[in-house]
Write a protein that binds this ligand. Sequence first.
Ligand SMILES: *Cc1c(COP(=O)(O)O)cnc(C)c1O
Length: 461
Amino acid sequence: MEKNQLLRNLPKIDELLKEEIVVNELSSTMRTIVVESLRETIDSYRDLILKDDIKEYSKEDILKSFLELLSDKKGSNFKKVINAAGVVIHTNLGRSLLAKKALENVINVADNFNNLEYDLKKGQRGSRYSHVEELIKKVTGAEAAVVVNNNAAAVMLALNTLCKDKEAIVSRGQLVEIGGSFRVPDVMTFSGAKLVEVGTTNRTHLYDYENNINENTGVLLKVHTSNFKILGFTEDVSVEELVEIGNKKDIPVIEDIGSGTLVDFSKYGFTYEPTVQESIRKGADVVTFSGDKMLGGPQAGIIIGKKKYIDKMKKNQLTRALRIDKMTLAALEGTLKYYLDESEAVKNIPTLHMILSSKEEHKKRAQRLKRKLQNKVNNFKFALEEDYSMVGGGSMPAERIETYVIKVKSDKFSPQELERKLRENETPIIIRVSNNEVVLDLRTIFDKDFDTIVDAFDALD
Ligand SMILES: *Cc1c(COP(=O)(O)O)cnc(C)c1O
């Protein structure tokens, strides 16, 4: 057909709105979304005609395109994905999953009015921080606590409160960037603290700090270099040593430990990582850490330490801008409750459970998933192999956790193509490609998602 004729024949929106398929959609979808999808569909056909990309079309074609577009628009942009990459704390995939108590708490406070800032004993205004402060004190051994939006905010608030227009002494080896958005020097600048770098990348000595202390020194800062390890000829000053000089000169020591491990992982066969409790025990005045890394809770920044410093932070106007919301508080409380009994924490907090679950457990699960795949899918080859998962989240950088994976071979798709196809699945499946092979790591895959994975391969078969 001739181009002008094709354009003239494109159906009108009003006409399409009378089609049975469209009428059916209108019963469950907002009219504006339906109309917008129709309009965009017609527009896209007009473009294709103008570019000579199509020479014919039917009304059925148009309605089919409309339904596809509508289904995209109806769905949420913010979706569930399946993490088959084997990175437990995956910052791009939302870090920690919430434990059951945390989820229940969130629903309860989000679905009802609540005592967020209301003291039910006194019948007057209360503090939102009270809901978790006692719990944090009990679990960490600290004198006081306050909670903000994330750990970047925690570090900023601590520095702004204790070191504004003063000097913060920090080792050059600790001026790290974490997750591409948290850069220690930048956060320090924003806080109003003046950065004084001491020592060298690989070695910093106690005298480096001592020699730089003067009447303008506000804090001694120690940052846990959570996402990398410097090996070899290294020297670092311990928290105890910093506390000793800090006490002598009456200068507070702030330690940003980042991951915020509350459990001593060396008990479970991992390399020792300093715990939150240990920092407090060793005398750090202020300790900051994330809620959604090794703690396994919601995104939050937890600040603990000496009451006189925490009280000052609570009064800082910045705290209002960085304040934590009710759903996060509810999730944090639910998560922290498990820590009252470590065995409960390890069993019920998904992040901890995933890190500590055994390779034998995942071998059995991998065998089960592989059988399911082989029963349904013909044109892919699946092989069970031993491999390593990662903790992620800038935590335990050197730690590789033994796991079992399914390696996928295909004659039809390159690993990169298969990666993209799986990512474009209705429930996206995020895999890793290692040694030019597609790998499904069982450590971060749940049994409840096995069928979705099988269906995705089946659709590509
Ligand atoms: C992750 C991390 C941060 C940033 O924490 P967020 O909760 O992501 O804001 C800061 N410092 C250290 C040492 C970290 O590991």
